[in-house]
Design a protein around this ligand. Structure first.
Ligand SMILES: *Cc1c(COP(=O)(O)O)cnc(C)c1O
Length: 485
Protein backbone atom coordinates (compact mmCIF):
# COMPACT_ATOMS: atom_id res chain seq x y z
CA UNK A 1 0.00 0.00 0.00
CA UNK A 2 1.62 3.22 -1.22
CA UNK A 3 0.39 6.81 -1.00
CA UNK A 4 0.54 9.72 -3.42
CA UNK A 5 -0.40 13.39 -3.45
CA UNK A 6 -3.64 14.62 -4.99
CA UNK A 7 -1.53 17.17 -6.92
CA UNK A 8 0.58 14.54 -8.64
CA UNK A 9 3.96 15.68 -7.28
CA UNK A 10 4.59 12.85 -4.81
CA UNK A 11 4.23 9.07 -5.14
CA UNK A 12 5.34 5.94 -3.35
CA UNK A 13 5.20 7.16 0.26
CA UNK A 14 4.58 4.66 3.05
CA UNK A 15 1.92 4.92 5.76
CA UNK A 16 4.43 6.02 8.41
CA UNK A 17 5.66 8.99 6.39
CA UNK A 18 2.09 9.97 5.55
CA UNK A 19 1.01 9.71 9.19
CA UNK A 20 3.88 11.97 10.23
CA UNK A 21 3.05 14.74 7.79
CA UNK A 22 0.30 17.19 6.96
CA UNK A 23 -0.10 18.48 3.44
CA UNK A 24 2.09 16.73 0.88
CA UNK A 25 5.23 18.68 -0.10
CA UNK A 26 3.54 19.79 -3.35
CA UNK A 27 0.66 21.31 -1.35
CA UNK A 28 -1.71 18.42 -2.08
CA UNK A 29 -3.23 15.82 0.22
CA UNK A 30 -2.23 12.20 0.61
CA UNK A 31 -4.37 9.41 -0.81
CA UNK A 32 -3.78 5.69 -1.34
CA UNK A 33 -2.47 5.08 -4.86
CA UNK A 34 -4.99 2.27 -5.25
CA UNK A 35 -8.09 1.34 -3.27
CA UNK A 36 -8.88 -2.20 -2.15
CA UNK A 37 -12.33 -3.51 -3.07
CA UNK A 38 -14.85 -4.61 -0.47
CA UNK A 39 -16.78 -7.37 -2.20
CA UNK A 40 -20.14 -8.68 -0.96
CA UNK A 41 -18.54 -11.72 0.70
CA UNK A 42 -16.17 -9.57 2.72
CA UNK A 43 -18.98 -7.27 3.78
CA UNK A 44 -21.15 -10.20 4.81
CA UNK A 45 -18.29 -11.75 6.78
CA UNK A 46 -17.91 -8.48 8.69
CA UNK A 47 -21.60 -8.14 9.48
CA UNK A 48 -21.35 -9.14 13.13
CA UNK A 49 -18.17 -7.21 14.01
CA UNK A 50 -18.25 -4.56 16.70
CA UNK A 51 -17.21 -1.03 15.76
CA UNK A 52 -13.68 -1.41 17.25
CA UNK A 53 -13.18 -4.71 15.40
CA UNK A 54 -14.31 -3.09 12.18
CA UNK A 55 -11.84 -0.23 12.64
CA UNK A 56 -9.10 -2.86 12.90
CA UNK A 57 -10.20 -4.62 9.69
CA UNK A 58 -10.44 -1.37 7.76
CA UNK A 59 -7.09 -0.03 8.98
CA UNK A 60 -5.39 -3.35 8.20
CA UNK A 61 -6.32 -2.86 4.54
CA UNK A 62 -4.22 0.33 4.42
CA UNK A 63 -1.37 -0.34 6.86
CA UNK A 64 0.96 -3.13 5.70
CA UNK A 65 1.69 -5.94 8.11
CA UNK A 66 5.45 -5.50 7.70
CA UNK A 67 5.09 -1.93 8.96
CA UNK A 68 2.80 -2.68 11.92
CA UNK A 69 2.25 -6.40 12.56
CA UNK A 70 -1.47 -7.15 12.72
CA UNK A 71 -1.34 -8.11 16.37
CA UNK A 72 0.25 -4.76 17.30
CA UNK A 73 -2.20 -2.88 15.10
CA UNK A 74 -5.18 -4.50 16.80
CA UNK A 75 -3.72 -3.79 20.24
CA UNK A 76 -2.97 -0.12 19.46
CA UNK A 77 -6.42 0.53 18.02
CA UNK A 78 -8.32 -1.29 20.71
CA UNK A 79 -6.38 0.52 23.43
CA UNK A 80 -7.15 3.83 21.67
CA UNK A 81 -10.88 3.11 21.50
CA UNK A 82 -11.04 1.82 25.06
CA UNK A 83 -11.05 5.53 26.05
CA UNK A 84 -14.66 5.62 24.91
CA UNK A 85 -16.73 4.49 27.85
CA UNK A 86 -19.85 3.48 25.87
CA UNK A 87 -19.97 -0.29 25.42
CA UNK A 88 -19.48 -0.90 21.70
CA UNK A 89 -18.05 2.65 21.25
CA UNK A 90 -20.89 3.85 18.98
CA UNK A 91 -24.66 3.41 19.03
CA UNK A 92 -27.59 3.51 16.64
CA UNK A 93 -30.74 5.34 17.79
CA UNK A 94 -33.90 4.22 15.96
CA UNK A 95 -36.52 6.97 16.19
CA UNK A 96 -39.98 7.61 14.77
CA UNK A 97 -40.49 8.42 11.05
CA UNK A 98 -37.90 5.77 10.19
CA UNK A 99 -35.13 8.04 11.42
CA UNK A 100 -31.89 6.15 12.22
CA UNK A 101 -29.07 8.05 13.85
CA UNK A 102 -25.53 6.76 14.17
CA UNK A 103 -24.15 8.30 17.38
CA UNK A 104 -20.41 8.72 16.97
CA UNK A 105 -19.96 11.23 19.80
CA UNK A 106 -19.33 9.19 22.91
CA UNK A 107 -15.59 9.95 23.11
CA UNK A 108 -13.78 12.21 25.55
CA UNK A 109 -14.82 15.57 24.08
CA UNK A 110 -18.29 14.42 23.01
CA UNK A 111 -17.65 14.84 19.29
CA UNK A 112 -17.16 12.25 16.55
CA UNK A 113 -13.62 13.47 15.95
CA UNK A 114 -12.49 11.73 19.14
CA UNK A 115 -12.73 8.31 17.49
CA UNK A 116 -10.36 8.88 14.59
CA UNK A 117 -8.21 11.26 16.64
CA UNK A 118 -7.45 8.83 19.43
CA UNK A 119 -6.65 6.05 16.95
CA UNK A 120 -4.33 8.42 15.08
CA UNK A 121 -2.47 9.63 18.17
CA UNK A 122 -2.03 6.07 19.40
CA UNK A 123 -0.58 5.04 16.03
CA UNK A 124 1.74 8.03 16.30
CA UNK A 125 2.83 7.09 19.80
CA UNK A 126 3.46 3.52 18.61
CA UNK A 127 6.04 4.76 16.09
CA UNK A 128 7.54 7.37 18.42
CA UNK A 129 8.13 4.79 21.12
CA UNK A 130 9.59 2.32 18.68
CA UNK A 131 11.94 4.99 17.34
CA UNK A 132 12.54 6.84 20.65
CA UNK A 133 11.65 10.13 19.01
CA UNK A 134 9.21 13.01 19.50
CA UNK A 135 6.87 15.03 17.33
CA UNK A 136 5.04 18.35 17.46
CA UNK A 137 1.46 18.50 16.30
CA UNK A 138 0.06 21.76 14.89
CA UNK A 139 -3.73 21.98 14.78
CA UNK A 140 -6.16 24.66 13.63
CA UNK A 141 -9.72 24.15 14.78
CA UNK A 142 -13.26 25.36 14.25
CA UNK A 143 -13.95 24.09 17.77
CA UNK A 144 -13.94 20.33 18.11
CA UNK A 145 -10.61 19.22 16.61
CA UNK A 146 -8.56 21.20 19.14
CA UNK A 147 -10.06 19.68 22.28
CA UNK A 148 -10.04 16.25 20.74
CA UNK A 149 -6.34 16.53 19.80
CA UNK A 150 -5.41 17.87 23.26
CA UNK A 151 -7.27 15.18 25.16
CA UNK A 152 -5.94 12.40 23.00
CA UNK A 153 -2.27 13.41 23.34
CA UNK A 154 -2.56 14.12 27.06
CA UNK A 155 -0.39 11.59 28.81
CA UNK A 156 1.50 10.63 25.62
CA UNK A 157 5.15 11.29 26.28
CA UNK A 158 6.38 11.75 22.73
CA UNK A 159 4.08 14.52 21.52
CA UNK A 160 3.66 18.28 21.97
CA UNK A 161 0.47 19.85 20.64
CA UNK A 162 0.00 23.45 19.44
CA UNK A 163 -3.66 24.38 18.92
CA UNK A 164 -5.03 27.58 17.41
CA UNK A 165 -8.75 28.28 17.85
CA UNK A 166 -10.95 31.18 16.68
CA UNK A 167 -11.62 33.27 19.80
CA UNK A 168 -15.31 33.96 20.43
CA UNK A 169 -16.40 31.55 17.69
CA UNK A 170 -16.38 28.36 19.70
CA UNK A 171 -18.80 27.36 22.46
CA UNK A 172 -17.73 27.75 26.07
CA UNK A 173 -17.57 23.98 26.51
CA UNK A 174 -15.34 23.68 23.45
CA UNK A 175 -13.13 26.52 24.65
CA UNK A 176 -12.70 25.06 28.11
CA UNK A 177 -11.97 21.60 26.74
CA UNK A 178 -9.00 23.24 25.03
CA UNK A 179 -7.80 25.71 27.63
CA UNK A 180 -8.02 23.68 30.83
CA UNK A 181 -5.27 21.19 29.98
CA UNK A 182 -2.33 22.64 31.88
CA UNK A 183 0.23 20.01 30.86
CA UNK A 184 3.55 21.35 29.57
CA UNK A 185 3.11 19.61 26.22
CA UNK A 186 -0.10 21.54 25.44
CA UNK A 187 0.15 25.02 23.84
CA UNK A 188 -3.11 26.82 23.09
CA UNK A 189 -3.56 30.06 21.10
CA UNK A 190 -6.81 32.03 20.80
CA UNK A 191 -6.81 33.92 17.49
CA UNK A 192 -8.98 36.91 16.62
CA UNK A 193 -10.32 35.53 13.33
CA UNK A 194 -12.22 32.66 11.72
CA UNK A 195 -10.98 29.10 11.43
CA UNK A 196 -10.32 29.78 7.75
CA UNK A 197 -8.11 32.76 8.76
CA UNK A 198 -6.17 30.37 10.98
CA UNK A 199 -5.69 27.96 8.08
CA UNK A 200 -3.57 30.48 6.17
CA UNK A 201 -0.51 30.67 8.48
CA UNK A 202 -0.82 26.95 9.21
CA UNK A 203 -0.58 26.07 5.54
CA UNK A 204 2.51 28.29 5.23
CA UNK A 205 4.17 26.65 8.22
CA UNK A 206 3.51 23.18 6.81
CA UNK A 207 4.89 24.27 3.44
CA UNK A 208 8.26 25.09 5.08
CA UNK A 209 10.05 21.77 4.64
CA UNK A 210 12.94 22.79 6.91
CA UNK A 211 10.63 23.68 9.76
CA UNK A 212 8.68 20.46 9.25
CA UNK A 213 11.79 18.30 9.18
CA UNK A 214 13.72 19.95 12.00
CA UNK A 215 10.76 19.85 14.37
CA UNK A 216 8.98 16.68 13.21
CA UNK A 217 5.99 18.96 12.69
CA UNK A 218 2.76 17.24 11.75
CA UNK A 219 -0.95 17.84 11.36
CA UNK A 220 -3.81 16.18 13.19
CA UNK A 221 -6.49 17.98 11.21
CA UNK A 222 -8.33 15.79 8.76
CA UNK A 223 -5.59 16.84 6.36
CA UNK A 224 -3.93 13.83 7.98
CA UNK A 225 -4.76 10.68 6.05
CA UNK A 226 -4.97 8.62 9.22
CA UNK A 227 -7.99 10.61 10.43
CA UNK A 228 -9.82 9.95 7.18
CA UNK A 229 -8.73 6.30 7.21
CA UNK A 230 -10.33 5.62 10.60
CA UNK A 231 -13.45 7.46 9.47
CA UNK A 232 -13.89 4.98 6.61
CA UNK A 233 -15.09 2.63 9.35
CA UNK A 234 -18.04 4.95 10.18
CA UNK A 235 -19.50 4.36 6.73
CA UNK A 236 -18.79 0.65 6.59
CA UNK A 237 -20.31 0.26 10.06
CA UNK A 238 -23.41 2.25 9.10
CA UNK A 239 -23.74 0.06 6.03
CA UNK A 240 -23.43 -3.22 7.92
CA UNK A 241 -25.92 -2.15 10.60
CA UNK A 242 -28.53 -0.28 8.62
CA UNK A 243 -28.57 -1.21 4.93
CA UNK A 244 -30.56 -4.44 5.38
CA UNK A 245 -27.57 -6.42 4.07
CA UNK A 246 -28.58 -9.49 6.08
CA UNK A 247 -31.82 -9.76 4.12
CA UNK A 248 -30.14 -9.32 0.72
CA UNK A 249 -30.45 -12.27 -1.61
CA UNK A 250 -28.18 -13.29 -4.45
CA UNK A 251 -25.36 -11.00 -5.54
CA UNK A 252 -27.14 -7.65 -5.43
CA UNK A 253 -26.40 -5.49 -2.40
CA UNK A 254 -28.87 -2.97 -1.00
CA UNK A 255 -28.03 0.75 -1.08
CA UNK A 256 -27.81 2.82 2.10
CA UNK A 257 -28.18 6.58 2.11
CA UNK A 258 -25.84 8.29 4.59
CA UNK A 259 -26.50 11.91 5.50
CA UNK A 260 -23.43 13.75 6.78
CA UNK A 261 -23.16 17.15 8.49
CA UNK A 262 -20.26 18.59 6.50
CA UNK A 263 -17.59 21.19 7.31
CA UNK A 264 -13.99 20.45 6.35
CA UNK A 265 -15.40 17.50 4.38
CA UNK A 266 -13.16 14.85 5.93
CA UNK A 267 -16.12 12.70 6.78
CA UNK A 268 -17.81 13.01 3.38
CA UNK A 269 -14.44 12.33 1.69
CA UNK A 270 -14.26 9.11 3.74
CA UNK A 271 -17.76 8.25 2.51
CA UNK A 272 -16.69 8.79 -1.11
CA UNK A 273 -13.68 6.53 -0.63
CA UNK A 274 -15.85 3.76 0.84
CA UNK A 275 -18.21 4.12 -2.11
CA UNK A 276 -15.24 3.78 -4.49
CA UNK A 277 -14.29 0.62 -2.61
CA UNK A 278 -17.55 -0.91 -3.78
CA UNK A 279 -19.98 -0.30 -0.92
CA UNK A 280 -23.32 0.87 -2.36
CA UNK A 281 -23.80 4.19 -0.59
CA UNK A 282 -25.85 7.21 -1.51
CA UNK A 283 -24.14 10.18 0.10
CA UNK A 284 -25.73 13.45 1.17
CA UNK A 285 -23.50 16.35 2.26
CA UNK A 286 -25.48 18.70 4.47
CA UNK A 287 -24.20 22.18 5.38
CA UNK A 288 -25.43 25.26 7.22
CA UNK A 289 -25.47 28.79 5.77
CA UNK A 290 -21.79 28.29 4.86
CA UNK A 291 -22.77 26.51 1.71
CA UNK A 292 -19.76 26.21 -0.60
CA UNK A 293 -20.02 22.41 -0.76
CA UNK A 294 -23.73 22.65 -1.54
CA UNK A 295 -23.12 25.16 -4.36
CA UNK A 296 -20.32 22.99 -5.74
CA UNK A 297 -22.61 19.96 -5.87
CA UNK A 298 -25.58 21.89 -7.27
CA UNK A 299 -23.88 24.00 -9.92
CA UNK A 300 -20.11 23.46 -9.86
CA UNK A 301 -19.62 26.83 -8.15
CA UNK A 302 -16.71 26.13 -5.80
CA UNK A 303 -16.21 29.63 -4.48
CA UNK A 304 -15.87 31.06 -1.00
CA UNK A 305 -18.30 33.67 0.27
CA UNK A 306 -16.65 36.89 1.45
CA UNK A 307 -17.09 36.00 5.10
CA UNK A 308 -17.61 32.93 7.19
CA UNK A 309 -21.13 33.21 8.64
CA UNK A 310 -21.48 32.41 12.32
CA UNK A 311 -24.32 29.94 12.76
CA UNK A 312 -25.83 27.74 15.46
CA UNK A 313 -23.68 24.87 14.13
CA UNK A 314 -20.22 26.43 14.56
CA UNK A 315 -18.13 23.30 13.94
CA UNK A 316 -19.17 23.50 10.28
CA UNK A 317 -18.77 27.28 9.88
CA UNK A 318 -16.20 26.68 7.18
CA UNK A 319 -15.66 28.18 3.74
CA UNK A 320 -12.60 26.14 2.82
CA UNK A 321 -13.71 22.49 2.85
CA UNK A 322 -10.18 21.33 2.14
CA UNK A 323 -10.96 17.61 1.95
CA UNK A 324 -12.99 18.20 -1.21
CA UNK A 325 -9.59 18.05 -2.88
CA UNK A 326 -9.53 14.32 -2.09
CA UNK A 327 -13.01 13.94 -3.55
CA UNK A 328 -12.10 15.88 -6.73
CA UNK A 329 -9.01 13.71 -7.17
CA UNK A 330 -10.97 10.47 -6.88
CA UNK A 331 -13.73 11.67 -9.18
CA UNK A 332 -11.33 13.06 -11.80
CA UNK A 333 -9.91 9.55 -12.21
CA UNK A 334 -6.86 10.44 -10.07
CA UNK A 335 -5.85 13.30 -12.36
CA UNK A 336 -3.16 15.07 -10.28
CA UNK A 337 -2.52 17.71 -12.94
CA UNK A 338 -6.18 18.70 -13.10
CA UNK A 339 -6.52 18.84 -9.31
CA UNK A 340 -3.32 20.86 -8.99
CA UNK A 341 -4.63 23.41 -11.48
CA UNK A 342 -8.01 23.64 -9.80
CA UNK A 343 -6.79 23.87 -6.23
CA UNK A 344 -4.00 26.35 -6.93
CA UNK A 345 -6.53 28.55 -8.66
CA UNK A 346 -8.87 28.18 -5.67
CA UNK A 347 -6.11 29.11 -3.24
CA UNK A 348 -5.19 32.16 -5.34
CA UNK A 349 -8.61 33.57 -6.09
CA UNK A 350 -10.87 31.69 -3.61
CA UNK A 351 -13.09 30.60 -6.44
CA UNK A 352 -13.20 28.12 -9.26
CA UNK A 353 -15.89 26.73 -11.48
CA UNK A 354 -15.61 22.98 -11.68
CA UNK A 355 -15.16 21.67 -15.25
CA UNK A 356 -18.44 20.14 -16.51
CA UNK A 357 -17.17 16.55 -16.46
CA UNK A 358 -16.00 16.87 -12.85
CA UNK A 359 -19.16 18.64 -11.74
CA UNK A 360 -21.32 15.95 -13.26
CA UNK A 361 -19.31 13.24 -11.48
CA UNK A 362 -19.61 15.18 -8.21
CA UNK A 363 -23.35 15.58 -8.48
CA UNK A 364 -23.77 11.88 -9.15
CA UNK A 365 -21.40 10.94 -6.30
CA UNK A 366 -23.40 12.93 -3.72
CA UNK A 367 -26.37 15.17 -3.25
CA UNK A 368 -26.43 18.12 -0.87
CA UNK A 369 -28.51 20.59 1.08
CA UNK A 370 -28.09 23.78 3.08
CA UNK A 371 -29.99 24.53 6.30
CA UNK A 372 -30.63 27.89 7.97
CA UNK A 373 -30.47 28.52 11.71
CA UNK A 374 -34.28 28.40 11.77
CA UNK A 375 -34.18 25.02 10.08
CA UNK A 376 -31.74 23.80 12.71
CA UNK A 377 -33.90 24.99 15.58
CA UNK A 378 -37.11 23.59 14.06
CA UNK A 379 -35.49 20.21 13.51
CA UNK A 380 -34.16 20.05 17.07
CA UNK A 381 -37.66 20.86 18.37
CA UNK A 382 -39.47 18.40 16.14
CA UNK A 383 -37.09 15.58 16.98
CA UNK A 384 -37.50 16.33 20.68
CA UNK A 385 -41.30 16.50 20.46
CA UNK A 386 -41.57 13.26 18.53
CA UNK A 387 -38.93 11.25 20.38
CA UNK A 388 -37.70 13.11 23.48
CA UNK A 389 -34.37 12.84 21.73
CA UNK A 390 -32.07 15.87 21.75
CA UNK A 391 -29.97 16.57 18.65
CA UNK A 392 -26.82 18.68 18.50
CA UNK A 393 -27.22 21.50 15.94
CA UNK A 394 -24.87 19.77 13.44
CA UNK A 395 -26.77 16.53 13.64
CA UNK A 396 -29.92 18.60 13.15
CA UNK A 397 -28.50 19.80 9.82
CA UNK A 398 -28.51 16.16 8.69
CA UNK A 399 -31.87 15.27 10.26
CA UNK A 400 -33.47 18.29 8.54
CA UNK A 401 -32.89 16.45 5.27
CA UNK A 402 -34.70 13.40 6.64
CA UNK A 403 -37.69 15.50 7.62
CA UNK A 404 -37.88 17.26 4.25
CA UNK A 405 -36.92 14.63 1.66
CA UNK A 406 -38.35 11.12 1.87
CA UNK A 407 -35.80 8.31 1.37
CA UNK A 408 -35.65 6.54 -1.99
CA UNK A 409 -38.18 3.70 -2.05
CA UNK A 410 -36.79 0.47 -0.71
CA UNK A 411 -33.67 2.12 0.67
CA UNK A 412 -32.66 2.74 4.24
CA UNK A 413 -31.13 5.96 5.45
CA UNK A 414 -28.69 6.81 8.24
CA UNK A 415 -28.05 10.29 9.66
CA UNK A 416 -24.62 10.76 11.21
CA UNK A 417 -24.66 12.34 14.69
CA UNK A 418 -21.40 14.23 15.06
CA UNK A 419 -21.63 15.72 18.55
CA UNK A 420 -23.49 15.70 21.82
CA UNK A 421 -25.98 18.54 22.38
CA UNK A 422 -24.26 19.19 25.73
CA UNK A 423 -21.47 20.94 23.82
CA UNK A 424 -23.87 23.36 22.13
CA UNK A 425 -26.06 24.78 24.85
CA UNK A 426 -26.76 28.03 22.95
CA UNK A 427 -28.47 26.17 20.16
CA UNK A 428 -30.38 23.99 22.63
CA UNK A 429 -31.63 27.12 24.40
CA UNK A 430 -32.59 28.82 21.13
CA UNK A 431 -34.72 25.76 20.38
CA UNK A 432 -36.46 26.29 23.75
CA UNK A 433 -35.08 22.98 25.05
CA UNK A 434 -32.82 22.05 27.92
CA UNK A 435 -29.91 19.68 28.18
CA UNK A 436 -28.66 17.75 31.18
CA UNK A 437 -24.94 18.43 31.36
CA UNK A 438 -22.74 15.42 32.00
CA UNK A 439 -20.55 15.74 35.10
CA UNK A 440 -17.47 15.94 32.86
CA UNK A 441 -18.85 19.09 31.23
CA UNK A 442 -19.93 20.75 34.48
CA UNK A 443 -16.50 20.15 35.99
CA UNK A 444 -14.87 22.22 33.22
CA UNK A 445 -16.28 25.45 34.61
CA UNK A 446 -14.33 25.25 37.80
CA UNK A 447 -11.00 24.34 36.25
CA UNK A 448 -8.11 26.77 35.78
CA UNK A 449 -7.45 27.82 32.17
CA UNK A 450 -4.35 28.80 30.22
CA UNK A 451 -3.94 30.15 26.68
CA UNK A 452 -2.28 32.94 24.71
CA UNK A 453 -3.93 35.46 22.40
CA UNK A 454 -3.12 36.08 18.74
CA UNK A 455 -4.40 39.55 17.87
CA UNK A 456 -5.55 40.70 14.45
CA UNK A 457 -2.69 42.35 12.54
CA UNK A 458 -0.09 40.44 14.51
CA UNK A 459 2.31 38.05 12.76
CA UNK A 460 0.56 34.74 13.63
CA UNK A 461 2.89 32.71 11.47
CA UNK A 462 5.92 34.19 13.26
CA UNK A 463 4.53 33.62 16.75
CA UNK A 464 3.66 30.01 15.97
CA UNK A 465 7.01 29.36 14.31
CA UNK A 466 8.78 30.71 17.38
CA UNK A 467 6.81 28.43 19.67
CA UNK A 468 7.38 25.35 17.52
CA UNK A 469 11.12 26.02 17.47
CA UNK A 470 11.26 26.67 21.19
CA UNK A 471 9.53 23.36 21.92
CA UNK A 472 12.31 21.59 20.04
CA UNK A 473 15.08 23.50 21.78
CA UNK A 474 13.58 22.85 25.21
CA UNK A 475 13.49 19.18 24.29
CA UNK A 476 17.15 19.25 23.32
CA UNK A 477 18.07 20.98 26.60
CA UNK A 478 16.04 18.32 28.37
CA UNK A 479 18.11 15.65 26.72
CA UNK A 480 21.36 17.35 27.75
CA UNK A 481 20.13 17.93 31.27
CA UNK A 482 19.02 14.36 31.80
CA UNK A 483 21.95 12.74 30.05
CA UNK A 484 24.10 10.82 32.49
CA UNK A 485 27.32 12.61 31.45
C1 LIG B 1 -15.84 18.54 12.60
C2 LIG B 1 -17.29 18.46 12.76
C3 LIG B 1 -18.13 18.29 11.65
C4 LIG B 1 -17.63 18.31 10.23
O1 LIG B 1 -16.83 17.22 9.89
P1 LIG B 1 -15.94 17.31 8.58
O2 LIG B 1 -15.30 15.99 8.48
O3 LIG B 1 -14.93 18.39 8.85
O4 LIG B 1 -16.81 17.66 7.46
C5 LIG B 1 -19.49 18.16 11.87
N1 LIG B 1 -20.00 18.21 13.11
C6 LIG B 1 -19.22 18.36 14.20
C7 LIG B 1 -19.85 18.42 15.54
C8 LIG B 1 -17.85 18.49 14.07
O5 LIG B 1 -17.08 18.66 15.14
Amino acid sequence: MRYCSTRGGVRGWGFREVLFSGYAPDGGMFMPETLPTLNPDTLKSWASLSYPQLVQEVCALFIPDDLIPRRDLDAVLSSALSQVSLPGTVRVAQLSDGLSILELFHGETLAFKDLAMTCTTHLLEYFLQRESSRATVLVGTSGDTGGSAILSVRGLRGVDVVVVFPRGRVTSVQERQMTTSLEDNVHVFAADGSSDDIDVPLRRLFADQNLVKNNTLMSLNSVNWSRVLVQLAHFVYAYLRLSGLERAEGGALPTLEVVVPTGGAGNIAAGCIVKHMGVPLRLVAMVNANDIVHRAVQSGDFSMATNVKQTLAPAIDIQDPYNMERVFWLLSGRDGAQVKGLMEEFQRSHKVTLPDALHSKLSSAMSSGSVTDEGIVETMRRCWEENQYLLCPHTAVAVWQHYHCPPHPGENRCCIATASPAKFQDAVQKAGLTVDLPERVRALEKMAARYEDLERGEDWEGRLRERIESISSVRQCGVLFYSPV
